[in-house]
Design a protein around this ligand. Structure first.
Ligand code: 5AD
Ligand code: FES
Length: 334
């Protein structure tokens, strides 16, 4: 089942008519391989400052209209403690590529947060090998960084000043250091072909991701891609479902971007192969300022509200909230 050819993958991605069958199949595979538990990850968006200029992203450094913030160490630790106290078994620290968070500062933060009983995921972009190594030694368990697309020409057009091969090498370092590796892509980028999405899925399989996040590209009005099309929820759902068939036992989130395009986006995803949700546990004004794309859901809500909202939705579709760390193959924090 999991050794589809590129041609078969392309057919599945193109087949709008049989989408519901594909999602049902992915749902059955999800149930068989990872069960009914939905693992919640508390997402802390601790800085929207970024040195990069990704053409799709609202946090790009050229977006001068965005008010920038980074949390202080104390604020970040407090947010993390609150999320751990709310029962999250995994916390995800995500930010733009903000070098205020030096190696030493990050290590201090990781060590403090790991005093709570949580698995810790970092999502802070491309760093040096010695940084990744130090973070790992300080206790970080997982690392999340999307490859975004494996079409190298497209990648280089969308990410000026960045290098696809370098990003790939970062993912390899992360894997070598024994992190659980999360990666993923955006779907519906301008000039992205179905064939290249098939290649993306085969790439994620080849590098052996433990988690794959797949979300629709949503054009942001303060970026170069403001007039692009994007917003392809259904192709994103099919891509996610095929990922589940290709890698039956990995973690697959129902992404926030899906929910931003449809009020039931995450539920559709959970019924089509996904087994993870990453509720935002960032407090107050910061939620609005972490605007990767417009229409991001939950920006006016509180962490507690989102936790109970998503919890209720999960129960309502007959699933359970995961009580463990929820690593790939039940791995503990490493
Ligand atoms: N639409 C959808 N997803 C986006 N991301 C960044 N900008 C956008 C956008 N406009 C995604 C990227 C990034 C992740 C944190 O958010 O895939 O890796
Ligand atoms: Fe935030 Fe439902 S998850 S309001």
């Amino acid at each position: 089942m999991s050794d589809f050819s590129r041609e078969q993958i392309i057919k599945l991605l193109q087949d709008e008519e049989n989408e519901s069958d594909l999602l049902k199949k992915a749902d059955a595979v999800r149930k068989q391989f990872v069960g009914d538990e939905v693992h919640l990850r508390g997402l802390i968006e601790f800085s929207n400052i970024c040195r990069n200029n990704c053409q799709y992203c609202g946090l790009q450094r050229d977006n001068k209209r965005l008010a920038r913030y980074h949390m202080s160490e104390e604020e970040l630790l407090k947010t993390a403690k609150q999320a751990a106290d709310m029962g999250f078994k995994t916390l995800v620290l995500q930010s733009g590529e903000d070098l205020y968070y030096t190696r030493d500062r990050m290590c201090r933060i990781i060590e403090s947060i790991k005093k709570n009983d949580v698995a810790l995921t970092l999502s802070i972009g491309e760093r040096e090998y010695d940084d990744y190594k130090a973070f790992r030694n300080s206790g970080a368990d997982r690392y999340l960084m999307r490859i975004e697309t494996t079409d190298k020409d497209l990648y280089h057009r969308l990410n000026p000043g960045m290098n696809w091969q370098h990003r790939h090498e970062c993912l390899m370092m992360i894997k070598e250091l024994g992190y659980e590796l999360g990666s993923g892509i955006m779907v519906g980028l301008p000039n992205q072909t179905i064939e290249s999405i098939a290649d993306d899925l085969l790439y994620l399989k080849k590098i052996g991701v433990d988690m794959a996040g797949i979300g629709p590209f949503i054009p942001h009005p303060q970026t170069q891609l403001k007039n692009a099309v994007g917003n392809n929820l259904h192709l994103s759902l099919r891509t996610m479902a095929v990922m589940r068939l290709l890698l039956p036992d990995i973690n697959i989130p129902a992404t926030t971007a899906m929910e931003s395009l449809h009020p039931k986006g995450r539920i559709m995803a959970l019924k089509g192969g996904a087994n993870v949700v990453m509720p935002n546990v960032t407090e107050g004004e910061y939620r609005r300022l972490y605007e990767l794309y417009p229409g991001k859901v939950c920006v006016d809500d509180t962490p507690l509200h989102c936790r109970s909202c998503i919890g209720a939705k999960i129960i309502a579709i007959g699933r359970k909230i995961g009580q463990s760390y929820g690593g790939h193959n039940g791995r503990l924090p490493l």
